[in-house]
Design a protein around this ligand. Structure first.
Ligand SMILES: Nc1ncnc2c1ncn2[C@@H]1O[C@H](COP(=O)(O)OP(=O)(O)OP(=O)(O)O)[C@@H](O)[C@H]1O
Ligand SMILES: [Mg+2]
Length: 492
């Protein structure tokens, strides 16, 4: 089967009958032992003393003194070692020449609007960086950006937790780009991510934000030619984004030199500190200079991260913006089905929902391919992606889906973390995930940057206890799917 097929004319309108059987109620789970401690709620706190807290607040306040140093002449001033430009009349001049995208007028939730009211200029960033930020369409920092940018600029280690889609990438890329010395021909920042697609996406964000800087960004992952990476490293590189295995390979070969790399950023940190990746991360840290800054970011931090934090981070500043765990803009439903009814149920969903773009998760490579074939046979277009595909194909699917070439994408957990496609408003768990971290990250592929989204879970009899447990762990209600879903809850 071809992994790409085209939508038939009039896509979105369903084929096949409207089934009502997927609306059947799930059986109530039998009384079970008390749920285990909730991993999301075991977030590792920094155990800061009151005086440390005070120091941190002072550091933050330093960045909020914009008004104190503003002057009418537009001259450059030095604040805390970071160069700034006067920002009264001159800022308006350079801003008026930028190519700023039209504002996003869609509804946004408090997950991104509940800010302190800071502006990007408050952080005294290089003007060229501010230009990239505004041209990317960012008007003001999100809550996680407000918390992390000023602290990261001071050089402190950070352990940060914030909800999916609330802007963690820029929260670490902006300080990284600010701190790089463009005149110095050396790798100064490494950003580690768990998947190749996320590496491509993150390097693209760095390039866009750094569009007006002279910073050389390199992306390096498995599945690509090692020789090309070696050739690339003969040229200047300031910032490397990649997956741990390939970077470690290049470092061990002495081709990627990290002796001047003073900042290591670990995105999706809980995933990268799982047994699969942690040994590589620890080995990589061994190649960094003694004076280095480590930033850990994720939406989920199980207690297992604590050991790593205690060993490698020095007095980390802890940020936890997850007083509740789920995104405010996402409505969660379940449909109780038998395994053999799942495709029929999906067909009904396609016919009833207003899907802008959807991501449909299966629990195995085999099931991804089978489902994609079924969806195509039903007359809907879909792409599929999983880790066993050739990297070239993966890149093409990712690129084309992002550009809206197809409405539905069937995938494994390869796309669970970090992938940011603004047009996705519906996530379907064709197969229900086994743990609440995976559930949270999967459904977080919709509702990006505080927008609205819908998560629909197909639940079989075997899944009923997992559904119950995940609801408990996330303190979220997953409701039975109603016969009609109001478009206003996921399409505004
Ligand atoms: N300050 C901002 N203003 C407007 N949009 C923003 C801002 N910061 C980030 N965004 C946009 O929000 C979207 C989500 O950002 P990002 O991918 O960094 O989220 P995240 O917190 O890393 O999510 P995840 O946990 O899923 O990885 C992106 O499309 C990004 O361009
Ligand atoms: Mg992210």
């Amino acid at each position: 089967m071809n992994y790409r097929a085209t939508y038939p004319p009039g896509n979105g309108s369903g084929r096949g009958g409207n089934s009502s059987n997927f609306y059947a109620r799930r059986p109530q789970p039998q009384p079970q032992p008390q749920p285990q401690p909730q991993p999301q709620q075991q977030f590792v706190q920094g155990n800061l003393s009151a005086s440390q807290h005070g120091q941190q607040l002072q550091q933050q306040q330093r960045w909020l003194r914009r008004n104190e140093i503003e002057n009418d002449s537009g001259n450059r001033e030095e604040v805390g070692g970071v160069q700034s430009y006067g920002i009264n009349h001159s800022i308006q001049d350079w801003k008026s020449h930028l190519n700023i995208p039209a504002p996003d007028t869609r509804y946004q939730t408090e997950d991104v609007t509940a800010t302190k009211g800071n502006e990007f200029e408050d952080y005294f960033l290089k003007r060229e960086l501010l230009m990239g930020i505004y041209e990317k369409g960012f008007e003001s920092p999100s809550p996680i950006q407000e918390e992390s940018i000023p602290i990261a600029l001071t050089g402190r280690d950070i352990l940060a937790r914030a909800k999916n889609g609330t802007g963690k990438t820029a929260a670490f890329c902006i300080p990284a780009l600010e701190k790089i010395d463009q005149a110095k021909n050396a790798i100064q920042v490494v950003i580690l991510v768990p998947t190749r697609e996320l590496a491509l996406q993150t390097s693209q964000v760095c390039k866009e934000l750094g569009k007006y800087l002279k910073i050389q960004v390199m992306v390096t992952t498995g599945g690509t030619s090692l020789k090309d990476d070696i050739m690339r490293l003969y040229q200047p590189v300031h910032l490397v984004v990649g997956t741990p295995g390939r970077i470690l390979d290049l470092v061990r070969k002495d081709i990627c030199v990290l002796k001047d790399c003073s900042m290591l950023i670990v995105d999706e940190a809980d995933k990268l500190l799982s047994p699969e990746f942690q040994p590589s991360i620890e080995q990589l840290i061994g190649f960094l200079p003694a004076k280095r800054q480590i930033l850990l970011f994720s939406a989920t931090f199980p207690v297992t991260v604590k050991g790593f934090k205690d060993r490698y981070l020095s007095k980390p500043f802890t940020i936890n913006l997850m007083d509740e765990l789920t995104l405010k803009g996402i409505t969660h439903y379940y449909a109780f089905v038998e395994e053999r009814q799942k495709v029929h149920c999906l067909n009904t969903l396609f016919s009833k929902l207003q899907i802008n773009q959807s991501i449909i998760f299966c629990n195995s490579v085999n099931r991804v391919e089978l489902l994609a074939k079924k969806i195509t046979e039903l007359g809907y277009s879909c792409f599929y992606i999983h880790a066993k595909m050739l990297q070239d194909h993966r890149n093409r699917v990712f690129h084309d889906f992002r550009n809206g070439a197809c409405r539905n994408l069937v995938c494994t957990d390869l796309f669970t973390r970090g992938i940011d496609i603004q047009a996705v408003n519906v996530v379907i768990n064709f197969d229900f995930p086994k743990n609440s971290e995976t559930y949270l990250h999967r459904v977080g592929r919709s509702g990006r940057y505080g927008h609205l989204g819908l998560a629909v879970n197909l639940i079989t009899y075997e899944d009923r206890f997992d559904l119950y447990r995940i609801e408990q762990e996330l303190a979220a209600e997953i409701k039975q799917i109603p016969p009609q879903i109001d478009q206003a809850i996921y399409c505004r």
